[in-house]
Design a protein around this ligand. Structure first.
Ligand code: BTN
Length: 262
């Protein structure tokens, strides 16, 4: 890589994880930590599982569905974790999304008293405001999942946002958070859920994910094909589509097929 690296000067290697963040690469600035992780993934010597690439500033942060991800430099977490979930079949890859969402969810629950929820598929909301987005880029080989670059953008200390549906943890916690102290508990929550997945506890993950889904079991309005639809989220199906009961019966929606109105 041609990037100026400043390994481990700010962030400490977490003591209480098994493998997550043991190889910790800090870059003061980069285009996108997911892109850096991809470069590492393609090198002849592969990075170990749990490698974390973290930066203070992304110049071309990427979001879901081709969107950009912006974050005030130095204010928030922007990092990617390299995972090797070869134990998981490609058809079950949504469980990985559940595990990572729950990891961030668990971490945030320990910080704020305001309701925290997972907005399908994997945004994390505090008090109905988005504080975290994730971009999971999976590599498949046949029927197996060989790798995942889990990119996480978690707004920690940013005070103002271009969108009024976005916020940060500090605005709810009432104080700012020291990123260098907070990385370890966050990585440890992520690893705990990943280990549950590795141990085959998909039922537990599915149950916890569904229970903490934003809007679950609440009659709400959604937009489908440009039209308003009254429905109630019931959970996700085996491939991660959103199950919604509607006046016409239960339907399952893929990404982009349903919009939240809230
Ligand atoms: C979204 O909600 O649209 C997903 C946002 C994901 C942002 C993170 S920040 C770290 C990693 N690097 C990127 O370029 N994107 C992800």
């Amino acid at each position: 890589m041609n990037h100026k690296t400043n390994q481990n000067t700010l962030y400490k290697i977490p003591a209480n994880t098994l493998f997550t963040g043991k190889n910790l690469i800090f870059v003061p600035e980069c285009h996108s930590t997911n892109n850096l992780a991809q470069q590492l993934w393609q090198q002849s010597t592969q990075p170990p599982e749990g490698t974390v690439i973290i930066t203070d500033s992304q110049t071309a942060g990427r979001g879901q569905q081709g969107n950009t991800w912006t974050s005030d430099p130095g204010a928030n977490f922007t990092f990617s974790v390299i995972l090797k979930p070869a134990f998981l079949l490609a058809k079950d890859q949504f469980y990985l999304s559940m595990a990572i969402s729950l990891g961030v969810y668990d971490y945030l629950k320990s910080l704020v008293d305001v309701p925290v929820a997972i907005k399908w598929p994997n945004d994390i909301l505090i008090g109905e405001k988005k504080v975290c987005g994730m971009l999971l880029e999976n590599s498949l080989q046949g029927a197996s999942l060989t790798g995942c670059i889990a990119g996480i953008g978690l707004n920690m200390n940013q005070k103002t946002f271009a969108h009024d549906r976005a916020s940060s943890v500090s605005l709810f916690a009432g104080h700012s958070l020291k990123l260098t102290d907070e990385l370890e508990p966050l990585l440890s929550c992520l690893e705990r859920r990943y280990l549950q997945l590795r141990e085959g506890k998909t039922n537990v993950l599915g149950e916890h994910y569904q229970k903490n889904l934003f809007g679950v079991d609440e009659a709400r309005e959604y937009v489908v094909s440009g039209k308003k639809l009254q429905g109630t989220i019931r959970g996700v199906d085996a491939v991660g589509r959103l199950k919604v009961s509607t006046p016409a019966g239960e339907r399952a929606f893929a990404l982009k097929e349903i919009e939240f109105v809230y």
